[in-house]
Design a protein around this ligand. Structure first.
Ligand SMILES: Cc1cc2nc3c(=O)[nH]c(=O)nc-3n(C[C@H](O)[C@H](O)[C@H](O)COP(=O)(O)OP(=O)(O)OC[C@H]3O[C@@H](n4cnc5c(N)ncnc54)[C@H](O)[C@@H]3O)c2cc1C
Length: 282
């Protein structure tokens, strides 16, 4: 019997009233009203849900991203490989992880569970993969029996060993993770897991989920910034421009031309306030 582990992703919870929180956070920046007054209006339902959605949509088109840190999600994730977890925990801002320990958890089943890429199956090498894992299971079990502590016995465990996470992540970081990990340049397993995280958010908060896209998505950068070779290999490049094409269009049809920034441009940038100041004009 195969002990193949299948990924599971569940949105456990999210900080309540996320849309209202986003609205109030953005509004606080642009309003003479106090946040207390803004919340009084929200709670009295003086601002329609439609208006809240519209306002947030407009703000999300700008680079003003810090209010997004005030919306938080919690996920339970199971049966992802240790090769995925190495990649996942590289995200360090706006995300917090708890991961199943291979020191405290002894794997006691006859056969260790594993995550297997489909490419092994396609190559007709599934049996060899499983055969090696059987040997590893046996050696791991004998190591524990011989009194080797779990923290040392685990040294024989492969990247295919499954692991579990309890994760807290804010919306700003979730956007960034989707930018990188929904892109086909990301590895298939983490891409699949992040797609499932997006699907979970979409189930309960579709207004927010529309912004969770690979970085080339129309709600993100809108174009691909990977190399041209990688772009041409991408199945969604048919519906997304490459950065080179955008610059080409700009050079060809733009009323202004680009060139490397020189010290003259830096001087202009530095002096712009003086140039615009009323004192200078008079
Ligand atoms: C396709 C792909 C291939 C990869 N290949 C490799 C590889 O071969 N080897 C390897 O080691 N890693 C690799 N990585 C991992 C990558 O280098 C990052 O470690 C990972 O994507 C985490 O993202 P982040 O740095 O944006 O961190 P996050 O924590 O997700 O960053 C969030 C935001 O904060 C910013 N930020 C975070 N920390 C700082 C800081 N200290 N100072 C200033 N700004 C900060 C980030 O730039 C980002 O805007 C790869 C990632 C991808 C997507």
């Amino acid at each position: 019997v195969s002990n193949e582990a299948k990924v599971q992703v569940k949105l456990i919870d999210f900080a309540k009233s996320p849309l209202e929180k986003l609205y109030a956070a953005f509004r606080t920046c642009y309003s003479s009203e106090t946040p207390i007054e803004i919340w009084q209006k929200i709670e009295a339902e003086k601002i329609s849900r439609e208006k809240i959605r519209e306002f947030i949509g407009e703000r999300l088109k700008t680079g003003h991203a810090s209010p997004l840190e005030q919306v938080v999600f919690w996920f339970a994730i199971a049966n992802v490989s240790r090769s995925l977890s190495h990649q996942f925990v590289r995200h360090r801002i706006g995300i917090s992880f708890e991961q199943q320990s291979q020191r405290y958890v002894k794997f006691k089943q006859d056969k260790l569970a594993f995550v297997m890429p489909e490419s092994w199956e396609r190559a007709g090498m599934r049996e060899e993969f499983e055969g090696l894992l059987d040997k590893t299971s046996d050696l791991y079990a004998r190591a524990l029996k011989a009194g080797i502590p779990a923290e040392d016995a685990r040294f024989v465990l492969p990247n295919a060993a499954p692991t579990n996470f309890h994760v807290m992540v804010n919306f700003a970081e979730m956007l960034h993770i989707c930018d990188l990990r929904l892109c086909v340049r990301a590895q298939w397993e983490i891409r699949r897991m992040v797609a499932l995280m997006r699907a979970e958010i979409k189930r309960v908060l579709p207004e927010i989920a529309v912004f969770l896209q690979p970085k080339c998505g129309e709600n993100r950068m809108g174009y691909c910034d990977e190399s041209l070779d990688e772009y041409l290999k991408c199945p969604i490049s048919k519906v997304r421009p490459h950065k080179a094409a955008i610059f080409e269009m700009y050079e060809k049809y733009g009323s202004r031309k680009s060139k490397p920034l020189s010290e003259t441009e830096f001087r202009v940038v530095e002096e712009v306030e003086t140039l615009d100041s009323p004192a200078k004009k008079t």
